[in-house]
Ligand binder design. Structure first.
Ligand SMILES: Cc1ncc(COP(=O)(O)O)c(C=O)c1O
Length: 420
């Protein structure tokens, strides 16, 4: 590590709690990115599967996104008022995402899921929500319930993930294990008089939905007029242009989007059917939801998102993205099997991980039972061999065959180091 990097990390420790932004804790200072690669402040190059935690679906510094941003910068950075780029982005979202009839922009995914839950409560007049153990919906009080519990929850009682959350929040959140339709359905039926919404990541972190799980949730929520919310902040525009709801063919009432739609800038959204989105409409009711954000629909972020979507819409994009993702997954799996290590590639298309377990996990409890220490050592080993990942592999349209080959070599070396 060079002296300038060391000095900067010392400064980080002085001015930032834990010397970090709260995201990745390990010491790494990234200074630039291009395509599928990033460089740290020592000018070490990495194949990047972190991708800014997902937004960089086109890779870093995509020329068409940069051009759109440059043009918008000349016109103005933010207006608070209605602006053309935000309207055009809303149009693209409504065109692409099956459940979206209207869109309300926010700056972060955390805000988007908070408002999605509020909309559901307002529309149904009920207060409780059901979420799934291990499901990530940002950092607000309702989402930090059984996100990363140290043990399986005593369903449906949630385990708060953080100090500082009022006790009352626990009473309005129910928790169920992902992929157990019978248990979720019976909780929905038992609590139907108080239940406003079921919120789910259709691909929970890396766990694909079991056949019939999302369809079953759709059926039972519709039967009891409970709002079904798909949190598509990861999967939106990543699994397919229409997100997981298009990919799996199950349409929720409300969805949350983030990451890709801001093209690398802070932007997220709540979108949904006209019935639910009417809750935001002050022209329809004196008691419409209050929701304001200084940077909501920021034109620079919207211009970047629009440019990203324009590129993603080109024919063959998603086919290539899924193909290259599959090749990377197979390379990781082979590296493990060649060394006799029990591991499985778990995920969907361009969002997956190598899980060290005898069987692929189907829910949070099974993820908890996998070898997380080996996974952490593998991620660290990959980094020392020039591959950057955090809790999963995010793949971009900029990754190439040569990235696949280099990843395979790095994975073999990292796993060899571990097993030595
Ligand atoms: C599924 C999901 N929901 C919500 C969020 C929160 O988004 P943000 O970090 O923009 O607040 C994330 C962030 O990773 C996410 O993956």
């Amino acid at each position: 590590m060079n002296a300038a990097t060391q000095a900067m990390l010392e400064k980080a420790r002085r001015f930032l709690p834990n010397g970090t932004l709260g995201n990745i804790s390990d010491e790494i200072l990234l200074s630039r990115g291009r395509g599928s690669r990033v460089w740290d402040s020592d000018d070490r190059e990495y194949i990047d599967y972190l991708l800014g935690s997902g937004p960089m679906l086109l890779g870093h510094a995509h020329p068409e996104v940069l051009q759109a941003v440059r043009e918008q910068l000349e016109e103005g950075l933010t207006f608070f008022a209605l602006n053309e780029k935000a309207i055009l982005l809303a149009e693209q979202i409504v065109d692409a995402v099956p459940c979206a009839e209207k869109v309300r922009f926010t700056s972060s995914g955390t805000e988007a899921t908070l408002y999605a839950l509020r909309v559901a409560r307002a529309a149904t007049g009920r207060e409780k929500i059901l979420k799934f153990e291990g499901g990530y919906h940002g950092m607000h009080d309702y989402s930090l319930m059984s996100l990363r519990p140290p043990r399986a929850s005593d369903y449906p009682k949630p385990i708060p993930d953080s100090r500082g959350i009022p006790r009352g929040v626990e009473q309005s959140v129910l928790v169920a294990p992902f992929n157990d339709l019978d248990l979720a359905a019976s909780l929905i039926e038992d609590h139907r008089a108080d239940l406003a919404a079921v919120i789910v990541e259709p691909l929970q972190r890396i766990l694909p939905p079991a056949p019939g799980f999302l369809e079953g949730l759709r059926e039972v929520t519709s039967a009891h007029d409970v709002a079904l919310i798909f949190d598509e902040i990861v999967t939106g525009f990543r699994l397919a242009l229409g997100g997981a709801q298009a990919y799996y063919g199950v349409v929720p009432d409300i969805t949350t989007l983030g990451k890709v739609i801001g093209g690398g800038f802070p932007l997220a959204a709540v979108a949904g059917s006209a019935r639910y989105m009417a809750e935001f409409d002050a022209s329809l009711s004196d008691s419409a939801l209050v929701q304001i954000g200084t940077l909501s629909g920021n034109p620079v972020a919207a211009a970047a998102g629009l440019a990203a979507i324009r590129v993603l819409k080109r024919s063959g994009t998603y086919e290539r993205l899924h193909e290259i993702s599959k090749a990377i997954g197979s390379a990781l799996k082979s590296a493990a099997s060649d060394l006799g290590i029990a591991a499985h590639v778990v995920g969907e298309g361009p969002a997956f991980d190598l899980v060290f377990a005898d069987e692929p996990p189907k829910n949070y409890a099974e993820v908890l039972a996998s070898d997380s220490q080996l996974a952490a050592r593998f991620a660290k080993g990959l980094r020392s061999h020039g591959v950057l990942k955090d809790s999963k592999f995010y793949v971009s349209t900029a990754h190439t065959e040569s990235d696949v080959e280099a990843t395979a070599i790095a994975a073999s070396k990292a796993l060899t180091d571990i097993t030595r």
